[in-house]
Write a protein that binds this ligand. Sequence first.
Ligand code: APR
Ligand code: PHB
Length: 381
Amino acid sequence: MGAGPAGLLLGHLLHLEGIDSTILESRSREYVIERVRAGVLEPGTVATLTAAGVGVRLKREGMHHGGIQMAFGGRRHRVDFEELTGGRSITVYGQNEIVRDLIDAHKAAGRAPFFECRQVRIADFDSAPRIEFEHNGEEYQVACDFIAGCDGSHGICRPSIPAACVRVYAREFPFAWLGILAEAPPSSAELVYALHERGFALFSMRSPSITRLYLQCAPGEDASRWNDCRIWDELTTRLETADGWRPNRGRIVQKNVAGMRSMVVAPMRCGRLFLAGDAAHIVPPAGAKGLNLAVADVRLLAEALAAYYRAGRSHLLDSYSDRCLARVWRAQRFSYWMTSTLHRAPDGSEFDYHRQLAELEYATTSRAAMTSLAENYVGWE
Ligand code: APR
Ligand code: PHB
């Protein structure tokens, strides 16, 4: 269920194992390809995509980043991932480009997902799972061995699980991000995470001519209240450093506000229904972990299903949830640290702000603290 990165990659990995699957997606093909989402890939994610044969364009167009910059107190401080983690680095490549590459791979294998499915329902996933849906005005029923709930944070799979079978751990943050995509060449070769007295800002990119930037704003902020001039002025104020560095300006081609929350569903399984990606967990975006967790989940799920069909062994299906959740909670811890260190809470005090500055000072000067930041950011083997 779902043609985001989790569902598409799972379907592709299963196909490589000779296991048949059907992907159902409620949105259109154009919508899922054009939706602007995350963009930072851990080396493990790049390795998984490359091994699955969908890394050709990623290798050509992905931007290699050996570290990140943290800006506060008018200065930028570099954290050198490669030096601190024995050569590990990150790759900047849009999530929607991964989705495009995966849809192309499915098409090439003659098995395109069903887009624009309506009235999707799942049933009997504790015994003989069934999915019912409408497509182009026709009613369909799929009988299957397993359902993979890869339908994101607003999907139907998780809410279909009886409340007694799972626990949901959740936390809201009292701020949101206003994100923009701009036709402006990046003025820094690396991401810049900034804490300013007016709040958080992030400088990122998608290509040598497109920048992606974010500003902390109030939850539920109306993006239309932010005209281009106001956005650029606020980004410049929060990001610019005393050495004269600031983001290049350009035409804003996309603008959106996204709320911020953390959520974990445990276990990530109910009978023959397995949850993966955003359907099972949400992380606040400051740690850049959402997409990487989705890829890590489906790699384990594909492995577990392959062992089941190849050797009739269900031990990896049984340990799937625990193995995923160990990584998920690590990612929650790190994402929480990045979020609380880099944002100004509406009820936060001047004391908190100065404590956060001291936290950043430590995180960018102590080798032990920089190593901790670096190894968490590049992800775990
Ligand atoms: N039936 C079919 N498809 C559905 C349904 C439904 N009832 N409900 C939702 N979907 C689809 C959505 O339209 C979406 O395309 O499921 C897909 C889920 O994809 P994503 O939201 O991209 O989730 P996932 O594949 O887990 O990828 C996680 O997305 O939000 C980012 O930071 C996150 O990068 C991470 C990634
Ligand atoms: C992005 O480029 O969209 C991006 C980068 C880093 C983050 C979040 C989003 O932490």
